[in-house]
Design a protein around this ligand. Structure first.
Ligand code: AQP
Length: 338
């Protein structure tokens, strides 16, 4: 079992990243060989302030370590330090089909009506993601639910490569398949955390309003304010989970509460059934402060030691390259470039 996953350094590491992905990263480190990447090349598919990007790369790295990832046990690095990602991405651009990319819903959602003005990188983002995973022949990819379609695309690309170059693969490595078809692991405590201001939209680092998300670096007052002002409706809380249907903001708060307290949403609903939102919000605030603030404090400590973070990233990149270099070299041989 080899695990690969990444987080963009687009600023504001948030509760969605934590509950959808990072909690799972931490539990996998004792079960598998894990490679965790700060995907900086992905982040520049939308504008990033160059004065802040390197600081954001440091922040995500600090977030990984503060959440419990051991940089000795896991490979932690930033994507742009390992050139195999970009090189394999170009090769996979030539394997993937336009029709496959046209079906990617994340591009449609992000581009909206403005797609002519989006970067080409944003459109081809899922192919770089396939290269990230396939460059390590990762078997499992822990992600939030929003990335499911991209992992399916990675599988399609791997499969097409294996079919297109079947005879070469057989003669060069004496196997039927070269790339492994990666499996998504969408089993974090909350696979899709929604915005605090709109229960139909996912919590995201790129949302212009900071009130939509809990950042891992938020202090107690910020968490208190954001939960207090989070959108709700005027009905009381039902006693049965079926009663949350059609009430996305309630469902989101209950799911977050359940994910952080390690209970089922059904048990949480029983606890708050018949109550006003104020009680749920108060208890959720206390719970989030006790879970998130210690990680945020640890993150700040790590951020204050940039030399240490640079060491972690360089060491990780070196270790990552020992895996991805030979895989890219074989890929080039198979397609006839070497
Ligand atoms: N709201 C979320 N709920 C559950 N999981 C989430 N993830 C992100 N948001 C949620 C998971 O976190 C990992 C890193 O994702 P990312 O860096 O793409 O996410 P982001 O910080 O939220 O970035 P943006 O700006 O919002 O980018 P897009 O819109 O491209 O995702 C992934 O495993 C992701 O599933």
């Amino acid at each position: 079992m080899r695990v690969f996953s990444g987080i963009q350094p687009s600023g504001n590491l948030h509760l969605g990243n934590y509950l959808g992905a990072i909690v799972n990263f931490v539990s996998l480190q004792n079960k598998a060989e894990c490679i965790y990447c700060v995907v900086d090349l992905h982040s520049i598919t939308v504008w990033q302030d160059p004065n802040k990007l390197y600081k954001n790369i440091h922040e995500i790295t600090a977030g990984f370590i503060a959440s419990g990832l051991d940089p000795n046990k896991n490979i932690i690095f930033n994507q742009s330090k390992v050139k195999e990602h970009s090189e394999l991405s170009w090769i996979l651009n030539c394997v993937a089909r336009l029709g496959w990319l046209n079906r990617m819903t994340q591009f449609k959602e992000k581009a909206g009506k403005n797609k002519e003005n989006m970067s080409i990188g944003l459109y081809t983002y899922p192919i770089l993601m396939a290269a990230d995973i396939l460059a390590y022949k990762a078997t499992h990819v822990p992600v939030g639910e929003d990335q499911k379609q991209h992992i399916e695309l990675s599988r399609d690309i791997a499969q097409k490569f294996n079919i297109d170059f079947k005879d070469r693969i057989k003669s060069i490595i004496q196997k039927d398949e070269f790339f492994i078809l990666p499996k998504p692991l969408i089993n974090g405590p909350v696979p899709r955390v929604m915005s605090l201001r709109d229960g139909q939209k996912k919590m995201s680092s790129s949302d212009l309003s900071d009130m939509t998300r809990i950042n891992i670096l938020d202090d107690e007052d910020q968490i208190y304010n954001k939960i207090r002002k989070s959108k709700t409706d005027s009905d009381v809380i039902p006693s049965d989970f079926l009663g949350v249907d059609g009430r996305p903001e309630l469902k989101n708060l209950i799911s977050i509460y359940a994910g952080v307290s390690k209970q089922s949403p059904e048990d949480v609903i029983k606890e708050f059934g018949g109550e006003q939102f104020s009680k749920l919000k108060k208890n959720l605030t206390d719970l989030l402060i006790s879970e998130i603030c210690p990680i945020g404090s640890e993150m700040k400590k790590i951020i204050s030691d940039p030399l240490y973070i640079d060491e972690v990233l360089s060491d990780g990149a070196e270790r990552a390259r020992t895996i991805s270099e030979p895989i890219l070299a074989e890929t080039k041989k198979i397609i006839g470039l070497a």
